[in-house]
Design a protein around this ligand. Structure first.
Ligand code: GRF
Length: 201
């Protein structure tokens, strides 16, 4: 069985990306990260890729100021890497429709809430957890889902929940949820590799 070829898109620290690398190295996850693409030059995820020997690319406003050029560069880089699966792991740019069309049902995202709650435009990072606490929800968690043309609107794949404590703060909740994300992302990859979750249109 050939290893699942993955490209990961990031904008920040890359702890979800690291969770994938650790699972490949440790739990013989039958996958290979063939490329990392960041839209932020200073993303620490790029350093993680360098350490692990994963080919990485910066495609952002700094080297492609024109949005059409940037979208074209992203599409061409993805086509050249030819992944089976693209993972958005803290990627804060909107994917161009031509990428979504080209990789239909082959792009997944990990979101730090229980979709359809606390998601959509503007709901990312700590803002998600502030919204959960403000809402008075007793539970939060993480969601993996297929990416479609909307923001956090694609078909949900898996979710894992966590209870909020009495004195929960956005920071403590984000830490709790981030560790759930790491587990849920690897669990989702295992389900894709086993065929329990089908890729492709
Ligand atoms: C985190 O807020 C996480 O909840 C979301 O994207 C952010 C980046 O996490 N998925 P990291 O870069 O994978 O550490």
């Amino acid at each position: 069985m050939p290893r699942l070829k993955i490209v990961v898109l990031v904008s920040g620290g890359g702890s979800n990306f690291q969770a994938i690398l650790d699972a490949i190295q440790g739990q013989n996850l039958e996958a290979e990260v063939v490329g990392l693409i960041s839209n932020r030059k200073e993303a620490f995820a790029l350093e993680r890729a360098r350490k692990f020997g994963v080919e990485s690319f910066y495609i952002g406003k700094g080297n492609y100021p024109d949005i059409q050029d940037r979208d074209q560069a992203l599409l061409q880089t993805l086509e050249a890497l030819a992944p089976d699966l693209i993972i958005l792991a803290g990627y804060l740019a909107i994917l161009p429709p031509e990428v979504i069309a080209r990789f239909k049902r082959r792009i997944i995202n990990i979101h730090p809430s229980l979709i359809p709650n606390h998601c959509g435009p503007g709901y990312y990072g700590i803002k998600v957890h502030e919204s959960v606490i403000l809402s008075g929800d007793a539970m939060s968690g993480a969601t993996t889902h297929f990416v479609d043309e909307g923001v956090d609107t694609g078909e949900v794949i898996f979710q894992e929940t966590v209870a909020l404590s009495e004195d929960e703060t956005p920071l403590t909740l984000s830490n709790k949820v981030l560790s759930i994300e790491h587990k849920l992302l690897v669990y989702t990859l295992k389900a894709i590799i086993s065929g329990d979750v089908r890729l492709g249109a």
